[in-house]
Ligand binder design. Structure first.
Ligand SMILES: [Zn+2]
Length: 241
């Protein structure tokens, strides 16, 4: 792997990802909710932040943009469709665009639904994707600005990245998602096993992400929904839970 990826837990359940490409020395932050802990982690490692990549406009993904940019002079890349809601944006991207971190390139994928212009970043050569609030361990993002049909299509796009793709999501929602997933598929053995495992991990205070596409295909009720209608029903039930 050409990238060092560091998880920074902030706020109540957010994960900010610090990504370093050693050959070039470039360091990028995915979705900085806040600035302080991110700048501190980079400094601890002797890394200088050169870029921020945003997946969507929500404040718990962009709140640290301005302060990190002021401290480092970094370039901020994010969804073209949400440029109006991310005033700190320097570079606007959409599906089909590539974004470079030193020697490594990521492809931009449009995954609207949680927000209207939500994007994900896929490092194909690294088998890694940063998906913001679209796909979680055993869950998916709420449909604030989009439809179940869009989320269903997002699940198809993300599962097509391949089983060995590591999925870096932006929240520790795993246990709550797992408990809900069990109400949907009580007889799914890999799911039962995973919920037991993540329950123990959380009791030890451990993080449960990144996940992988293989794990999600086996245990995620939204990725496993057989139709748009089924996904919509499950999302509504989770929202009400
Ligand atoms: Zn969000």
């Amino acid at each position: 792997m050409a990238l060092d990826i560091v998880r920074i837990p902030v706020l109540s359940d957010n994960y900010v990802w610090l990504v370093h490409e050693a050959t070039s020395g470039e360091t990028m932050v995915v979705d900085p909710a806040v600035a302080g802990p991110v700048l501190a982690e980079a400094e601890l490692r002797g890394w200088t932040i050169t870029q921020i990549w945003n997946t969507h406009w929500h404040p718990d993904h962009t709140g640290g943009n301005a302060e990190i940019k002021a401290a480092t002079g970094c370039t901020i890349t994010g969804p073209a469709a949400e440029a109006g809601r991310i005033p700190t944006l320097d570079v606007q991207v959409k599906e089909g665009d590539a974004v470079r971190l030193g020697l490594v390139e990521a492809q931009v994928i449009d995954v609207p639904a949680h927000t209207a212009g939500h994007i994900a970043y896929h490092f194909a050569t690294e088998h890694a994707a940063f998906v913001g609030d679209t796909l979680f361990a055993m869950g998916c993002g709420r449909l604030f600005e989009g439809t179940a049909e869009q989320m269903y299509l997002n699940m198809r796009k993300l599962e097509a990245l391949g089983d060995d793709t590591a999925i870096y999501c932006a929240h520790e929602y795993t246990l709550s998602n797992g408990r809900f997933a069990l109400t949907v598929e009580s007889g799914n053995l890999p799911l039962i096993e995973r919920v037991n495992e993540v329950t123990a991990m959380r009791e030890r205070g451990e993080a449960t992400v990144p996940t992988t596409i293989a794990l999600e295909r086996a245990t995620n009720p939204f990725m496993r929904a057989a139709s748009v209608e089924e996904l919509a029903k499950r999302r509504a039930a989770k929202d009400a839970a």
